[in-house]
Write a protein that binds this ligand. Sequence first.
Ligand code: ATP
Length: 306
Amino acid sequence: MNPIIEVKNFTKKYGDFIAVNNISFEVEEGSIFAFLGPNGAGKSTTINTLCTIFEKTSGTLLIDGKDITEQKSEARAAIGVVFQESTLDVKMTIEENLKMHCVFYNIPKKEVEERIQFVLKLVDLLDERKKIVGALSGGMKRRVEIARGLIHYPKVLFLDEPTTGLDPQTRAHIWEYILKLQKERNITIFLTTHYMEEAEICHKVAIIDGGVIVAYDTPYALKKKHTKDKAYITTKEPMALENVLSQYSLSYIKKEGYYRVEVEYLEPLLEVLSQHKEHITNIEIKKGTFNDVFLEITGKTIREEA
Ligand SMILES: Nc1ncnc2c1ncn2[C@@H]1O[C@H](COP(=O)(O)OP(=O)(O)OP(=O)(O)O)[C@@H](O)[C@H]1O
């Protein structure tokens, strides 16, 4: 696979303060990459530098092989950005907003109509093009932002918390478009999110904390490494259950009314329990979550609903 984003030994200082400290990572072309971290970790600093908005202090940052400092305009041409705060002109129609963006990107006049049709089709807004942006729902506005971010046909789309503040159904729709872009158009998606279930469906995740990358892997590998599955067992014969668990070296925590057993692999535990089911009145299994991963790695929970 081909890395489309390459960050090598990137450092960013604000005065004497080191906000990002010598980080390196790559994003594969055509993948969905999640960049996570608690507040103040260095996410915005890294993204704004990659998007050529901030100047780096040191290191090498390449987008589609273009150095973001030496070849700023080529790097810019390869990226689309959707910020958390809407930057649409609410008094104009969808179409007018898109046309204005075509002017910013010097898109030849004869290509404008074709591009507007293409991007609005991607986010299912072709029939709404004449509507005033101010009258649209939050989810529709986000779709217009995504369409606008794509109008110059970038290879990488940066999405800063694309679904924050949207209701679950609209969030699911936005994800349909994100997956469509990645699958059908091979566009690389670089996103930040504080919804852990969204991070979980990305191909790769990097977690930044205190200006350094503290984890970088697939969600599956991170969950495997950093979480345990839990079984909550209820019994009417505590002594017998404790004996069984001890016999198989399964450590447990006795709680009021139930026992909690944490295991790396569920299968051996289930095997043991099935052999001794006469001692068990109820069992509930909880798989490790990506929230557990984040907590284990950073010691913090990612902030809840905005
Ligand atoms: N212009 C600035 N001058 C000085 N310090 C800054 C500046 N911008 C950011 N910082 C500091 O750099 C660190 C990283 O900030 P950054 O905004 O990159 O974090 P973040 O991970 O995006 O956080 P959040 O999730 O809160 O947006 C923080 O300690 C922040 O206070």
